[in-house]
Ligand binder design. Structure first.
Ligand code: ACM
Length: 440
């Protein structure tokens, strides 16, 4: 659904001295969330006769717009008279959706984007490849889609985003202040590529289709003659098809390479992405191998020693925090939750809300934190209702962690507001999980 109407009359003040009228039906954003990096600050003034946004550019307008919509929806369609001065704590406020284990196409992803925009997220990270399926087109390797998009966990039909669909989604997201960051997971999590492109295998034979949920059983090998061309084509196509400054190139859970082989692979991909004009984002396992401080490290495994991530931050790398025991929204809420996994523990709403990224990891310099990202892996998530019932309410909690400092956050107040948010999700037809609040 489209965003609800902002009551007219409304004006935008972009700092250029010109009033900008909000058209019926909302504001069209422009550019990407990273056009003016980090600056999503805004002020908003609502009175009986006008609604004025003041911002330096599109990220601030997107944020003001999201706040206005949230206020309007929570207050039954009318924005109460108020003035807000607001700025985000972190420039990267992300949500990752795994569309490889189970495929979710544009209709669901547009609903995800609408929801993420409402909560002032500015990055949608799409996990586009994994053992179970390949989900974006690589023009020089059409066999990736032909042979490896029609599979998913437990033998479902799979699917993929055509170049046109990804372009449309990218524009749809940009209009709402969100940049899509695509991920091609390398060198592990590559059984789908090894199935589609036989020359990537040591024996030159295609791997079997994989529809289970184990990890660590596939890898690319840089020493095989076709691998570097494959990387050039696959990473190049993703760089071409996604906007913004970053591309995600995985690096997690590689169990079949020796440490020096893994480091060489990571460094090859790091150099490739930089040569193609973007900054690479890697999962935390790559931290010790990175050579260029433009590369970003994404922390996820709350059971692992964070020392290599801390060391990388001290060498100048920025870090995105997705700690499994806080931000992995595929974890079960409690022992009775039917969907989801529990390797990082049970993650109830309060676990997602009550943490401070700046102090979570001892020794991690706060200034190295680029931001916070929620993640939804889909091994057990087969339907749109499954997806939203795992996101909500925890996505609203992570949104506050990413946007607001701990001093202005309050669990009791957040829990008290949740029924109004739940009504908003219901009015949009989004499933959510009822939690016993505020005690959890
Ligand atoms: C991950 O959860 N393997 C990044």
């Amino acid at each position: 659904m489209s965003l609800p109407l902002i009551p007219a009359p409304a004006r935008l003040d972009l700092g250029d001295g010109e009033p900008h009228v909000v058209p019926e039906g909302g504001v069209s954003m422009w550019g990407s969330a990273f056009d003016e990096p980090g600056d999503a600050s805004y002020s908003l003034k609502a009175s009986a006769s006008s609604l004025i946004y003041r911002a330096q550019g599109s990220p601030g307008v997107a944020a003001a717009h999201a706040t206005a919509h949230q206020l309007a929806e929570l207050a039954g369609g009318v924005i109460p008279a108020l003035e807000i001065d607001d700025a985000p704590r972190y420039p990267w406020r992300g949500l990752m959706i795994d569309i490889a284990r189970h495929f979710f196409g544009p209709p669901t992803l547009r609903k995800v984007i609408d929801l993420a925009a409402l909560y002032k997220f500015n990055v949608l990270h799409l996990h586009l490849t994994d053992d179970q399926g390949w989900r974006y087109e690589v023009p020089r390797l059409p066999e990736l889609i032909e042979r490896s998009s029609g599979s998913e966990v437990d033998g479902g039909p799979g699917g993929f985003l055509s170049t046109e669909e990804l372009a449309e989604l990218t524009s749809y997201a940009a209009e709402r202040g969100i940049t899509i960051v695509g991920e091609v997971d390398l060198p592990g999590h590559t059984a789908a590529a090894l199935h589609a492109v036989p020359a990537l295998n040591e024996n030159g034979l295609p791997r079997e289709v994989y529809t289970g949920t184990e990890v660590g059983h596939s890898t690319l090998r840089l020493e095989l003659p076709e691998t570097k061309d494959f990387l050039e084509d696959a990473v190049g196509a993703l760089v071409d098809q996604t906007p913004g400054e970053f591309v995600h190139v995985g690096g997690d859970e590689v169990r079949l390479l020796r440490p020096e082989e893994y480091a060489t692979f990571v460094q090859h991909v790091e150099a490739l992405v930089l040569r193609l004009g973007k900054r690479p984002v890697f999962w935390q396992e790559a931290a010790a191998s990175l050579q260029d401080s433009r590369s970003v490290v994404q922390l996820w495994d709350s059971n692992a020693d964070p020392a290599p991530v801390v060391a990388a931050a001290r060498r100048g790398h920025q870090v995105i925090l997705s700690p499994g025991n806080r931000a992995y929204l595929d974890m079960k809420y409690d022992a009775d939750t039917v969907l989801g996994l529990d390797w990082a523990g049970l993650v109830d709403v309060r676990d997602s809300y009550d943490w401070d990224p700046d102090t979570l990891i001892p020794g991690l310099p706060a200034e190295a934190i680029l931001g916070v990202e929620a993640a939804l892996w889909t091994e057990t998530i087969r339907t749109e209702d499954h997806l939203f019932s795992m996101l909500l309410p925890r996505l609203a909690a992570i949104a506050e962690v990413a946007w607001s400092a701990p001093e202005v956050r309050d669990w009791e107040a957040f829990a008290e507001d949740l029924p109004a948010h739940a009504a908003l999700w219901e009015s949009r037809g989004l499933a959510h999980t009822a939690r016993p609040l505020p005690g959890n």
